[in-house]
Design a protein around this ligand. Structure first.
Ligand code: CTP
Length: 131
């Protein structure tokens, strides 16, 4: 049994998120997703996500290719999460290419290509400009 883990905010859920999670699930038998908390996002980006962490987790949990998700409270805890959940593979979008190579000591690290032309930031900009 191969366990895959990935992390993200998944705010304003879009098709790029679906495709990343589907491809991550296909790399193993179980997919676990760390969904970053509202507080973690605030400390990273200086703003809170549009959707609350409870809603973002509910969306991720409802996907048939996700086995379960948990709140990612700190970027510093990735090694802890990987070990705790016994992950064999860490998947990240290739916007993070090279940034997680240190976890190769704990598991396989795979960077998947992002889906072109869609991002949460861009969607928020589009929605704002149309109001
Ligand atoms: N992702 C992807 N393709 C996209 C957008 C995101 O594969 N077009 C992946 C990211 O690489 C990451 C996961 O989806 O592994 C969660 O990304 P997240 O940062 O939550 O979404 P973004 O749309 O990139 O959000 P933002 O614009 O705020 O950075």
């Amino acid at each position: 049994m191969k366990t895959v883990i990935t992390f993200g905010t998944f705010d304003v859920f879009h098709v790029g998120h679906v495709k990343l999670l589907k491809r991550a699930a296909a790399l193993g038998d179980t997919l676990i997703v760390g969904v970053s908390t509202d507080q973690l996002n605030f400390s990273k980006k200086g703003r809170f996500p549009v959707y609350s962490e409870q809603d973002r987790m509910q969306i991720i949990n409802s996907l048939r290719f996700v086995n379960f998700c948990f709140p990612e409270e700190s970027l510093e805890k990735k090694a802890e999460y990987i070990t705790y959940y016994g992950a064999d593979v860490l998947v990240m979008g290739d916007d993070w290419k090279g940034k997680f190579d240190q976890f190769n000591a704990l598991c396989e690290v795979v960077y998947l290509p992002r889906t072109p032309s869609v991002s949460t930031t861009e969607l928020i900009e589009i929605i704002k400009s149309e109001v």
